[in-house]
Design a protein. Structure first.
Length: 479
């Protein structure tokens, strides 16, 4: 898509400029598009990222993607994580499960991580964005920016763009972050460089039933089949020297560290090298510019937290921008993005680092279902089994599910097992729903579910609710 001006793009100007078309930027653009926020996504590359890098989608992120309208596509094109298989001297030594797997429940419908290459996740999100009327301007680089009290002027390789807000979703080497002079403090998780590649392997040479792991004198290598594709992701750790990312280099490391021959690797589709690092930006906001995803935090791939934390940054920021730009909420609401997301990112960075170093196993914490904002500035009250800031559980809701009730860009005032009056919302951005009987994950009470699926306010009756809603750009006509 060629972009010459904002007016050519959307006819009325850009409200939010998103820099970067990775999973974070695309998820944010989808969320803003369904809110009617005029959004421009620019990406300096000529197309979507081609590799599998962030391949693990945690249960909480599956809930987010389902709400954004791509749950069926994720289910169709992905699959469960394969069971690990240890090898030694060309012999199978035994299987082991790398992730916690639990049966789905009413409250938690996704019980295990889902495996899907990052390029596929991005394809699905881009298709959804186009369904919603948006798109990405590829081959469009940000070269600089200025901001004032009214907006941001971005200098792009295709010309200047003016927007009310700018979101940097342009990765760990973020141009926007450097332009703002925001420092990123962190550490090298592992000094040994690593090679990651997407390869195809002869069908008879290696099965696709397991995640194959070999640790030899030449070094460690893992080869994981990627569901929904014919590819394997290869990860090799180097004790010394630098990885050779050429096709011949990839084949050589396979031949040196496995029982396979170099010729068994029939195709090298993508390859890269990296050093595992953990880093956190000093702040996630500078005026009208926000950092999200890898631009704000860089993870070790261990534990599969990077992509997931990034998508949930977008999910948190999207509804807040929507309330400010479409529903008259004060701009101070946007301060809560950093206040809520930076502590979560710090927690997930610590988790990823501990898993990488073997100090903690992959367990419930990696699924991100227990994350919340109890200490956040938008969390008020407690009722039944839940405290404001907790994730709102799924469950039966008549002929539907609660997640069906919550799905969309609106808030939901949910009454569970109580006769307390449900006031009439003063805006379509707020809806109400009643469950006649108590439901164990909630208990009883009134629960205001935010658009990102967390409890914002909770109580036994509506006392204090109107005062809570006003700074969110919401109101009631009665009660």
């Amino acid at each position: 898509m060629e972009l010459n001006s904002v007016k050519e793009m959307d006819g009325a100007g850009t409200e939010v400029l998103v820099v970067g078309a990775g999973p974070c930027g695309l998820a944010l653009a989808c969320d803003l598009a369904r809110r009617g926020v005029r959004t421009l996504v620019v990406e300096q590359a000529p197309g979507l990222f081609p590799g599998s890098r962030g391949k693990g989608i945690q249960p909480r992120t599956r809930e987010v993607l389902d709400d954004l309208g791509v749950g069926d596509a994720v289910r169709e094109h992905g699959g469960p994580a394969p069971v690990g298989m240890a090898w030694q001297n060309g012999e199978r030594m035994g299987e082991h499960r790398m992730f916690r797997v639990a049966p789905p429940t009413d409250a938690e419908p996704y019980g295990e991580p889902w495996m899907m290459p990052q390029w596929r996740t991005q394809e699905i999100l881009l298709a959804r964005l186009r369904e919603l009327g948006g798109d990405v301007a590829f081959s469009t680089a940000l070269t600089g920016l200025d901001q004032d009290a009214d907006g941001v002027t971005a200098r792009l390789s295709t010309g200047p763009v003016r927007a009310a807000y700018l979101v940097a979703a342009d990765g760990g080497r973020s141009t926007v972050r450097r332009e703002l002079g925001i420092a990123m403090a962190g550490e090298t998780v592992d000094p040994a460089p690593m090679l990651v590649a997407d390869v195809r392997i002869r069908v008879k040479a290696l099965d696709r039933l397991n995640w194959h792991m070999m640790n030899t004198d030449a070094g460690y290598i893992a080869i994981c089949p990627l569901p929904g594709t014919e590819d394997f992701q290869l990860v090799a750790r180097y004790k010394e020297g630098e990885p050779d990312t050429s096709a011949d280099g990839v084949r050589a490391v396979v031949a040196a560290r496995t029982h396979l021959d170099a010729a068994d690797v029939t195709e090298v589709r993508w390859s890269s090298d990296f050093r595992p690092r953990a880093a956190l930006a000093d702040r996630f906001r500078d005026g009208r510019v926000f950092l999200a995803g890898d631009a704000a935090h860089v993870h070790s791939p261990a534990g599969g937290q990077g992509l997931n934390t990034s998508v949930q940054d977008a999910y948190n920021l999207g509804w807040k921008l929507g309330q400010v730009l479409r529903h008259g909420a004060p701009a101070a609401l946007l301060d809560t993005y950093e206040q809520e997301r930076r502590p979560v990112a710090a927690e997930m960075l610590g988790l990823s680092t501990r898993i990488h170093r073997g100090e903690q196993e992959r367990g419930t914490a990696t699924q991100q279902l227990g994350l919340g904002y109890r200490d956040g500035p938008l969390s008020v009250g407690r009722a039944g089994a839940l405290e404001a800031g907790d994730r709102a559980p799924d469950g039966p809701a008549g002929e539907r599910r609660l997640f069906d009730v919550f799905r969309g860009p609106h808030f939901t005032l949910l009454a569970v097992g109580t006769d307390a009056e449900l006031p009439e919302p003063g805006t379509p951005a707020l809806r109400t729903h009643r469950l006649a009987d108590a439901y164990e994950p909630y208990g009883t009470g009134l629960f205001l579910v935010r658009p990102d699926g967390y409890i914002g306010w909770a109580g036994r009756d509506t006392t204090g609710l109107a005062e809570y809603l006003a700074p969110l750009g919401l109101g009631l006509t009665s009660g």
